[in-house]
Ligand binder design. Sequence first.
Ligand SMILES: [Zn+2]
Length: 365
Amino acid sequence: MGNPLNRRRLLQAAGALIATVPWRSGAQQQQRPIAIADMHSHWGMLRRRIGDSDPAFADELRSQRVALVAWKLIADARWTRSTASGIEQASEPAPGELAAFFDSSFDRMRAYLETHKLKMVLTPADVDACLAGEPGVVLASEGADFLEGRVEALDAVVDKGLRHLQLVHYIRTPVGDFQTQPPVHNGLSAMGKQLVRACNAKGVLVDLAHCMGPAVEQALEISRAPMVWSHGWVDGDGGQWQDPYGYLRRRLSLALAKRIAAQGGVIGLWGLGLSHPRLDYGLIRRDTKAYARELVKMVDQIGPDHVAFGSDIEGVGPNWVLNSYGDLRTVIEHLQGMKLDAAVIDKLAHGNYARVLKRALVPAG
Ligand SMILES: [Zn+2]
């Protein structure tokens, strides 16, 4: 089932890595490549569509030293469609369908980890172990749609390993308002607020990506643990649902980014590039240098402790800047080339996600 093209690219990437980085054992372990953490990845879910037995994802995590990856199930994937301006709801799920779709998808993800002996990240100690060596997968969901409005349904999913939950995505949800459609809840619903508290209590990292501004503000008032905005970009005034394109609606305002940061949270930069240069958005298709520059800009805006990778690999359609962990390795090399402080590069590459995740994994009543 392996795609020969992907395999070849993987081998090239691994070869390049070995050629540039002296991998030695024992006393010289510190010369291993910088660990990578990614707060938002759909690797193998949309574009590559790996089967259970295809080792490509596991191989890439190992060859590129990806210590932590939030592997995001797309909770509403079956009920959305792409249009010329962005992604929107296409149909209404029948009762039970969202939960059933989640269960079967989540079981497949768990089986993949088992088959390929990838560590499922469940505790702060697991995070440390992954930073020290073995790759770890944080089972995550883009959207809490599978709860179908019932916060109590979270328990069973946490028992199965979910540790990172994005509250909303693209379809109407009882949780709260999202950036790409007109608001109906005035922020988070009562159930959405209860869900934030339940995530804190169960040791699940809350991911605010796609939330409309008032929902972010309410979550910040409620949460006892720092939160992330896993993927997107930061721009002065933030997006409006009336904006003509999805990527514009998905802007996080600088003021809200600073508030998430002030509570110890982290903002991830996505790998959505535009095909043609635009004055108002700097990420150009397949331009990893532009991605590195945008990260540095975010560091200037919200500080080195609050910026991370949120690649959205395979989630950004054909206009990707990053499509593999080899691409993120290249970004790290660009950051080094830009003479960014080594300690700051460590924070962006893995330290900030590791810190916020460890905090969130400790249940807080
Ligand atoms: Zn998204």
